[in-house]
Ligand binder design. Structure first.
Ligand SMILES: O=P(O)(O)OC[C@H]1O[C@H](OP(=O)(O)OP(=O)(O)O)[C@H](O)[C@@H]1O
Ligand SMILES: NC(=O)CC[C@H](N)C(=O)O
Ligand SMILES: [Mg+2]
Length: 505
């Protein structure tokens, strides 16, 4: 998952973009970038690392201008080389820079088409650079030499026709303004807000509403699936539905794990949905584990805390924070390699003995993906003296790869792939294991917005909403991005020459 922000302001926006990216850091820890427009020129700084490490004072001083976009990256395509950090830049037409959250499912075809038909060269293996060039091609196709909003909306409509997959996107067009658009299924989130200032109204778009809050922008609304919003340089705003058959299929994993609890996505509070997941799972535990004696409910920090507290309240069992999280270690799941993820769990979490000694503990996590966390945590609970260790997952079994912006490319790396409950329980070493059902998960998330009846749930049921995914696609994806291949490609990635970032140190 990545995070994107964009601001069309009346005063310099560099710091507000930086602050917006900082509160979206949970969506990607691999690379960060900001581009602003100053005196008709793009100012770009991007590189590998956390926001606080990529931007130093000297970079911030160069990021002048009242309009800009930013990105934090968690790679799902290409490599983790700094040359694939975003935003990307294309000089034609006009000068465009683009940031993308999501993943394109027809990237291979698009690359060939761009090379042979559109005569555009894409210099990296990133799908986002393809998206930039498709948008560039469509803007170029406009019959006029200058652009107006209808040209921009026509270009986005044509992008929707060519591109498949998930894309929440923000782009700057020099001399015109900023355009934000969301794929026709609304898989990845995108919101926009405004702020009244003495110099006039400023607009901001972001992956999550927390980025608006941090900058004191007032939330206006979610960008609709398929919709494009164009913010002119002078601060006018135009919007249009650009997809032929838009439908709402937001990714349910945003609510389970990715988004911050204080965000609201598509009129659903992430926090509220996690509490409701706790209610549903608490009910299931009460029904199915009637004769099981649980002394204490313990969350696996940090994402599962809200759900675990609700389970404890529901079951009338004490809730204790039995694991302490090292606040200086980031999220484990979005780290790029399995070795790094494995090592991080013990560095990140440590047990408080008194909460485990002689007790039957129920550990709660939001999800079990590769089983990296659960396996080690259960060992730690036993080592701390637990009598029995039960485990509950707020999400159902994750059995299928994700192709829409979550880096789960290989079914064989998923612990629940091809396995039933008892096998998974044995593998992670629990005394008993329970998963939420998909029906309950959907019902927990949709309680706050009954208008959304369907979610993107492919990791649980293998149903891909873009309808272009078959076994041969998944096999190719596995071969390209499984852990082993990724380790080699990331090692070689350093040798890729960075086209737009040279001398930025
Ligand atoms: O089965 P796995 O492959 O281990 O993946 C699942 C785990 O990874 C995530 O935690 P993470 O440490 O990324 O973030 P958190 O601190 O927000 O919970 C998630 O919350 C689970 O704990
Ligand atoms: N997680 C994401 O949104 C990734 C965006 C894009 N596919 C990349 O790999 O850079
Ligand atoms: Mg976790």
């Amino acid at each position: 998952m990545c995070g994107i922000v964009g601001i069309v302001g009346k005063t310099p926006v560099g710091q507000a973009l930086y602050d917006g990216l900082t509160v979206l850091q949970h969506r990607g820890q691999d690379a960060a970038g900001i581009v602003t427009i100053h005196e008709n020129t793009f100012r770009l700084r991007k590189g590998n690392g956390l926001v606080k490490d990529v931007f130093h004072t000297r970079h911030m001083l160069r990021l002048q201008g009242n309009m800009g976009i930013g990105h934090i990256r968690y790679p799902t395509a290409g490599t983790s080389s700094s040359s694939e950090a975003q935003p990307f830049y294309a000089n034609s037409p006009f000068g465009i820079s683009l940031a993308h959250n999501g993943n394109l499912t027809n990237a291979e075809e698009l690359k060939i088409w761009l090379n042979t038909q559109a005569r555009r060269h894409v210099n990296t293996t990133s799908d986002s650079e393809l998206l930039l060039n498709i948008l560039g091609h469509e803007l170029q196709n406009s019959e006029q030499h200058t652009l107006d909003q209808s040209d921009i909306f026509t270009a986005v409509s044509n992008v929707h026709k060519r591109v498949r997959g998930a894309y929440a996107t923000v782009a700057l067009i020099i001399g015109y303004g900023m355009v934000a658009f969301r794929d026709p299924n609304g898989i990845r989130p995108l919101v926009f807000g405004k702020r009244e200032t003495e110099s006039g109204v400023e607009y901001m778009v972001a992956s999550e509403s927390v980025a608006l809050d941090a900058n004191e922008f007032e939330f206006v609304r979610d960008v609709a699936p398929g919709e494009a919003i164009f913010f002119t340089e002078s601060g006018e705003i135009h919007s249009q539905q650009c997809a032929e058959n838009p439908s709402f299929h937001p990714c349910i994993f945003e609510y389970v794990y990715f988004a911050r609890p204080d965000s609201s996505i598509d009129k659903i509070s992430v926090y509220g949905s996690r509490v409701d997941m706790g209610k549903k799972l608490g009910d299931k535990i009460a029904k199915e584990w009637e004769d099981i004696d649980i002394d204490v409910v313990i969350p696996i920090p940090e994402t599962s805390c809200d759900t675990a507290l609700e389970i404890a309240r529901h079951l009338n069992i004490p809730y204790r924070q039995g694991f302490v999280k090292n606040r200086y270690i980031g999220r484990t799941f979005i780290m790029p390699g399995q070795e790094q993820r494995k090592k991080s769990v013990r560095r990140k979490l440590n047990a408080i003995g008194a909460e485990f000694v002689g007790k039957n503990v129920l550990l709660v996590d939001d999800s079990i993906v590769r089983g990296t966390t659960s396996g080690q945590i259960i060992e730690m609970a036993r080592a701390a003296g637990a009598k029995k260790v039960y485990f509950a997952s707020a999400a159902p079994e994750i059995r299928f790869p994700n192709v829409y912006g979550i880096d789960m490319p290989s079914a064989n790396e998923l612990i629940a792939h091809g396995r039933e409950l008892d096998d998974i329980c044995q593998l992670i070493g629990a005394d008993k294991l329970i998963f939420q059902t998909l029906e309950d998960l959907v019902s927990a998330v949709s309680t706050a917005n009954p208008d959304i009846t369907e979610f993107e749930t492919s990791v649980f049921n293998g149903e891909y909403v873009t309808k272009d995914i078959d076994q041969s696609y998944l096999d190719r994806l596995d071969a390209m991005r499984n852990n082993e291949t990724k380790e080699t490609s990331d090692k070689n990635a350093d040798s890729i020459i960075d086209m737009y970032n040279e001398g930025a140190e």
